[in-house]
Design a protein around this ligand. Structure first.
Ligand code: AMP
Length: 281
């Protein structure tokens, strides 16, 4: 596994890999890796000859200063995990490698980025797609793998690749959960044990809505209230949104179908958590 910090070194490797005609997969991350990230790397490795992972905590996508300052970092541990799952190249750039001095260009994510996370975190998606497109230009992978855990982000990146004609296939990775159902997240380490228990209400609420859907309930308002009522039981849980949306457009729906996702954001104590589920039979 090679660790690269500078664009010049990354470009040399990318050129050499491309000359050899090797198929490459890429997983962008913000580090403090867990099995969710590693499952994406394994997915890239299974399909490709070589894998690239980036670790970069992108200030541009944080609208909240304390969230950025408290974002967990442990590069030695990340490198060990990446080595174990046979990553070929890890790119860990400094801020000044990614953003040129006086950097101006930002990408607008259109309607897909307006609601949900877009409404609660102004500027977040412009930051995400700007850094992802910079990284795509540097790594030039054949495929890039993103987690369904951040479903709105995934849809926005799929749309961006289509709109801006990146020659990259986006692959979806399933959400990896703890044994009790909590979606894995780098931010989970910041939960106290009581907050950790309350955080479980999110995945439990989603599972209950799925069961109700499977037993025939299609009314979006009813399915939504199963989740909101569940979240209301947590003393330190503050719901931001629980939205039933059509999977492609992310538009709100009144009647649930097999193409419906429930998107949830809630803070539990100081930690903001996201989860979602597909309503499928
Ligand atoms: P992050 O480091 O949070 O920016 O996430 C990097 C990538 O890992 C994104 O594509 C996320 O959607 C994905 N990811 C984060 N958590 C999970 C999870 N629990 N299961 C699967 N993928 C995840």
């Amino acid at each position: 596994m090679k660790v690269l910090k500078e664009i010049g070194d990354l470009r040399k490797e990318v050129r050499s890999v491309r000359r050899k005609g090797l198929k490459t997969g890429f997983v962008p991350t913000m580090g403090f890796l867990h099995e969710g990230h590693l499952s994406l790397v394994k997915q890239a490795n299974a399909e490709c000859d070589l894998s690239f992972v980036s670790i970069f905590v992108n200030p541009l996508q944080f609208n909240n200063k304390s969230d950025l300052e408290n974002y967990p970092v442990d590069i030695p541990r990340d490198l060990k995990l990446l080595e174990e799952c046979k990553t070929d190249f890890v790119f860990i750039p400094h801020y000044s490698e990614v953003y040129s001095a006086g950097s101006q260009t930002r990408i607008d994510t259109g309607d897909l980025g307006k609601d949900y996370e877009g409404a609660f975190r102004p500027g977040h998606f412009a930051g995400v797609v700007t850094v992802v497109s910079i990284l795509f230009n540097l790594v030039q992978p054949d495929i890039a793998v993103f987690g369904e855990k951040d479903f709105q982000q995934l849809r926005i990146i799929e749309q961006m690749v289509d709109d801006l004609k990146f020659d990259i296939q986006i692959r979806r990775g399933k959400t990896v959960r703890e044994a009790d159902g909590l979606a894995k997240s780098s931010r989970n380490v910041r939960l106290s044990s009581s907050q950790r228990e309350q955080a479980l209400l999110i995945s439990q609420g989603l599972q209950e809505a799925l069961s109700l859907f499977r037993s025939g309930e299609k009314d979006a308002a009813k399915l939504q209230s199963v989740v909101t009522e569940k979240l209301a039981r947590g003393k330190e849980v503050n719901m931001e949104y629980v939205s039933l949306v059509e999977e492609e457009s992310l538009s709100p729906i009144a009647e649930a179908t097999e193409n419906t996702r429930i998107l949830v954001a809630a803070s539990v104590g100081p930690v903001r958590l996201l989860d979602n589920i597909r309503l499928e039979a």
